[in-house]
Design a protein around this ligand. Structure first.
Ligand SMILES: NC(=O)CCC(=O)C(=O)O
Length: 263
């Protein structure tokens, strides 16, 4: 399966520019043979949180129309990163996923809000899981800071996900955490992790280094430190073989954890 990874250079509050750029890069990835295309976090507005009342996508309608049109036309699955949305009188950081027939298969709002970037002051947290299938690929999606909560990703893996998609806006100063956490989440859940970070060259400090990690922990690909469209070949069939090698799922003792650790 060919994964189109789009490390988008997201303009701060520049919704029109960002939609145009995302479309250009999605078309480029599809023309290079991508079958699943993945975008980064909050690509419509960036972290222009104070401007959300003017800029957030109301009920995600624009994003859903955009993704549905492109998935249908190009015959590709799109894990649509995330966009800022307005639902009722509240704002969210929402991920939409469409399959290659133009059907919406996922909607998820970031469950853990990142205080260091003021998300808790402007956004509401979601409280639903994000499990979906892309054809016969059992997958799930979480957003950026969510990866610091292993129990949340484990819940998706226990529910059957073999691939975890992680759109992000992860800043350069903590890029070592990003790499280590993603690798740990892949190893402990024995699944693929496909994590796409953004680029920002001016005021903000995001330098890509998106990652695809295999279920045994091997790093299959690391993105450049600049805007990039990369198409990477992955073999999802190895997940079952890795899960057979060390039977972590069979060896779990949930009764033990629920009483002691998982308070
Ligand atoms: N956008 C985010 O959730 C950033 C998370 C982050 O930087 C972290 O260190 O965690």
């Amino acid at each position: 399966m060919k994964i189109g990874c789009i490390q988008l250079n997201v303009g701060f509050g520049k919704v029109e520019e960002n939609f145009a750029r995302a479309e250009e890069k999605i078309r480029e990835a599809a023309s290079l043979g991508a079958e699943i295309i993945v975008l980064p976090e909050m690509w419509n507005t960036g972290y222009a949180l104070e401007k959300l009342p003017e800029l957030a996508d109301v009920d995600g309608e624009r994003t859903k129309t955009f993704l549905q049109g492109l998935t249908k036309e190009l015959g590709v699955h799109i894990v649509g990163g995330s966009v800022s949305t307005k639902k009722g009188d509240k704002f969210y950081n929402t991920m939409y996923t469409f399959d290659n027939k133009g059907k919406q298969v996922g909607e998820y709002s970031k469950a853990h809000l990142f205080r260091l970037m003021d998300e808790h002051l402007y956004l509401e947290a979601g409280d639903e899981m994000n499990r979906f299938a892309l054809g016969d690929i059992e997958a799930a999606g979480v957003i950026c800071y969510d990866i610091r909560f292993p129990e949340w990703l484990r819940a998706h893996a226990l529910d059957g996900a073999k691939v975890l998609f992680v759109p992000a806006q992860w800043p350069t100063p903590r890029i070592d955490h990003w790499k280590t956490l993603l690798q740990a989440r892949a190893i402990e859940n024995q699944c693929f992790v496909i994590a796409i970070n953004r680029i920002a060259k001016k005021i903000e400090n995001f330098n890509g280094q998106s990652m695809i990690i295999q279920p045994w922990g091997e790093v299959l690909w690391v993105g450049a430190e600049d805007e990039e469209v990369a198409v990477i070949d992955v073999d999802f069939s190895i997940v079952d073989e890795v899960r057979g090698r060390i039977p972590v799922y069979d060896d779990r003792r949930p009764g033990l954890y629920s009483g002691v650790v998982m308070k």
